[in-house]
Design a protein around this ligand. Structure first.
Ligand code: GLP
Length: 271
């Protein structure tokens, strides 16, 4: 696992955006071989999306040959609801770049047959050759996508009931009213994410510090589903100093030392 500890949210977002852009541009993606990108919603990736839009405007990256799969979506929330993940993605990212509409995949939380929707999502990912890079965030309880504590680490796309902790955490987007937050969601599984060739997780802010410690310093445990990343051959965590406060001094120093010797992919697109 690589752990990139950046001074703050802005630099962590820049690092992530530059990494994603450099992966796309160096992949040799074409109309016949699209780059397959998994994407999250939430506040964590917002800075990265802003940076990616800037890189697109500066002609440093194009999304013409990119196909995306989002992690999750609420059940029974209209697609045009301000807090639906469909709306989030078009407002904050897709609406500002050159991705073809037909290359955007987001789970349909209003599908008549939710189980069939999940099965066909997995099949579509398989059909395009699997995900090249899955970008994610985590909840304060260490969940990835909507794989709440106790989710199987071999799980695939399915319906999940949200924990009260997640409902409270996400109520900030629903006028602070827990009753307005949908209680169920469709989500890719832990295994769906871990099957990607590379996984990049953005972790920022003090309220994620405990989860980050569990992800990096504790064992693999279904109560902290992000800890499955320890088994991934190419897992990367990009965090800010605030999220790193619960790491041991020695752990943080170790990862910083390693990274200072690395050719930083985040610098590749600068200049
Ligand atoms: C939700 C999403 C996750 C996201 C998490 C953290 O639960 N399903 O994919 O990582 O929120 O959100 P935020 O980045 O806003 O803290």
């Amino acid at each position: 696992m690589r752990v990139i500890i950046e001074p703050d949210y802005e630099t962590a977002s820049k690092w992530s955006a530059n990494f994603v852009a450099s992966r796309i541009t160096s992949s040799g993606a074409s109309e016949s071989k699209l780059f397959v990108l998994g994407l999250p919603t939430g506040s964590s990736p917002l800075g990265m999306y802003k940076e990616l839009i800037e890189l697109y405007k500066a002609k440093k990256v194009s999304f013409k040959n990119v196909i995306t799969f989002n992690m999750d979506e609420y059940i029974n929330l209209p697609e045009d609801h301000p807090q639906s993940y469909h709306r989030f993605m078009w407002d904050n990212f897709f609406g500002h770049i050159d991705i073809p509409k037909e290359n955007v995949n987001i789970l349909n939380g209003n599908a008549p047959d939710l189980k069939a929707e999940c099965t066909s999502y997995e099949e579509k990912i398989k059909k395009v050759g699997g995900i090249d890079l899955f970008v994610g965030g985590i909840g304060p309880d260490g969940h990835i996508a909507f794989n709440e504590p106790g989710s199987s680490l071999s799980s695939r796309t399915r319906v999940k009931t949200l924990t009260y902790d997640t409902i409270v955490a996400n109520s900030r987007f629903f006028d602070g009213d827990v009753n307005k937050v949908p209680k169920r969601a469709l989500t890719v599984g832990v295994k769906t994410v871990m099957d990607a060739e590379q996984v990049l997780i953005i972790v920022n802010g003090h309220n994620k510090a405990r989860a980050l410690r569990h992800a990096i310093e504790e064992g693999i445990n279904h109560m902290w589903t992000i800890s499955a990343l320890q088994m991934h051959p190419q897992g990367i965590i990009v965090c800010d100093e605030e999220a790193a406060v619960e790491l041991k001094v020695g752990t943080a120093k170790y990862f910083k030392d390693i990274e200072s010797a690395n050719l930083d992919p985040a610098t590749l697109l600068k200049s």
